[in-house]
Design a protein around this ligand. Structure first.
Ligand code: SF4
Length: 366
């Protein structure tokens, strides 16, 4: 892919049939954006660090939820140097509640690389940005266009839907390569002037007007050049993705008490919530929680007295629905916590970076 320069237009590429008229789309969309854009905290500057943090948070998280986390994160780590200098635990603690912690870890590592290898200066092209951990094609395009005014395309959930409808592209978009025609059209549409505003306008149009259900075509600035509208196929584009079956997981979480402290364990490499703290868990057994705990190596030889039921919580991770039966017991034997285990007071739980279910269990303890 050629690297676009500031203010330069890419040569027009060959694109799918039904390609909307780029010369008509950009002015209409930018005029609409000027009056209808969402006021979002990360849009108040073109600082690449802020654009980057917001784009990483927005992956897999709703805009409204990102608002509060973004402001808190930027207050604590206002620059890439401040983020690079932070401890991983502090970054994860601040990320708690956003989920998908790998994003936070990669953000942190990328910040350290930007500082160590580039003196804190951001790479200024999409290709260079993509060499950093956690920055893929979409994020690189977003940073390059919004922060550096480069004519780079973006395709995410909202712009994907808008472009598919504009072009009347009815093929399935899930599966390998399914998005390629959309990237091709996005590349041809992105203008040389105001590419960042154009990309943000596409996302806003998808969020506010060209919504998944019942889009407001009557209020759409692009209605005159929309193939799906003209051909009466708005409801069927984009084609519905195949739904993954929900996988049920049932586990027992154990609050092991010793005097005023409880035992917490750190999730290991490759596990969900890697590096975060949680209560020990074991697969729920038909023979009862106590037998399951005793038969496992869960407590590392501490043993467990009679169990007391504290409640049940459910939590969803991707297509897994986890049901956690929460029990408490007293450690049958004294013992020092091993590597990756800690005895902490209820008050100290507040400063640990915990898994979402772990935090909910902590609240059950009062
Ligand atoms: S006319 Fe309707 S379907 Fe087409 S882009 Fe606008 S809102 Fe979406």
């Amino acid at each position: 892919m050629p690297v676009a320069g500031k203010g330069k237009r890419r040569p027009r590429q060959t694109v799918a049939a039904g390609m909307p008229d780029a010369a008509a789309v950009a002015p209409a969309l930018l005029a609409w954006y000027a009056r209808a854009r969402r006021d979002l905290p990360w849009r108040r500057s073109q600082d690449p660090y802020r654009v980057w943090v917001s784009e990483i948070m927005l992956q897999q998280t709703q805009v409204e939820r990102v608002r509060e986390f973004f402001t808190r994160f930027i207050d604590r780590f206002p620059t890439v140097a401040a983020l690079a200098a932070a401890g991983e635990h502090d970054v994860l603690r601040l990320w708690e509640g956003l989920g998908y912690y790998r994003r936070a870890r990669q953000l942190h590592v990328a910040a350290q690389r930007i500082v160590a290898e580039r003196g804190g200066a951001f790479p200024r092209s999409a290709a260079e940005l993509r060499t950093l951990p956690g920055i893929g094609r979409y994020t690189a395009g977003a940073i390059a266009s919004i922060a550096f005014d480069l004519a780079e395309p973006i395709v995410e959930a909202n712009s994907r839907r808008v472009i598919a409808r504009l072009a009347g592209h009815a093929a399935r978009l899930d599966g390998p390569g399914g998005d390629e025609p959309i990237w091709e059209i996005a590349t041809a549409l992105v203008p040389g002037r105001h590419p960042g505003r154009f990309n943000q306008a596409l996302m806003d149009l998808g969020a506010l007007v060209c919504t998944p259900e019942r889009p407001l075509c009557g209020a759409c600035p692009l209605a005159a050049c929309c193939v799906a509208k003209r051909t009466g196929r708005v409801a069927e584009i984009p084609a519905k993705a195949a739904r993954r079956a929900v996988e049920e997981i049932r586990e027992t979480a154990v609050v092991v008490r010793r005097a005023a402290r409880v035992l917490v364990v750190q999730r290991g490499p490759g596990e969900w919530w890697e590096g975060l703290w949680d209560f020990p868990r074991v697969a729920t057994s038909a023979r009862g929680a106590r037998r399951a705990i005793e038969r496992s190596d869960l407590l590392g030889g501490l043993g467990c007295g009679p169990t007391e039921r504290l409640g049940t919580i459910t939590h969803t991770v991707t297509h897994h629905r986890i049901t956690l039966d929460v029990v408490a017991c007293a450690a049958a034997r004294a013992g020092r916590a091993a590597q990756g285990r800690r005895w902490v007071t209820a008050a100290a739980l507040g400063s640990l970076a915990m898994t979402a279910p772990g935090r909910r269990i902590a609240k059950l303890l009062g």
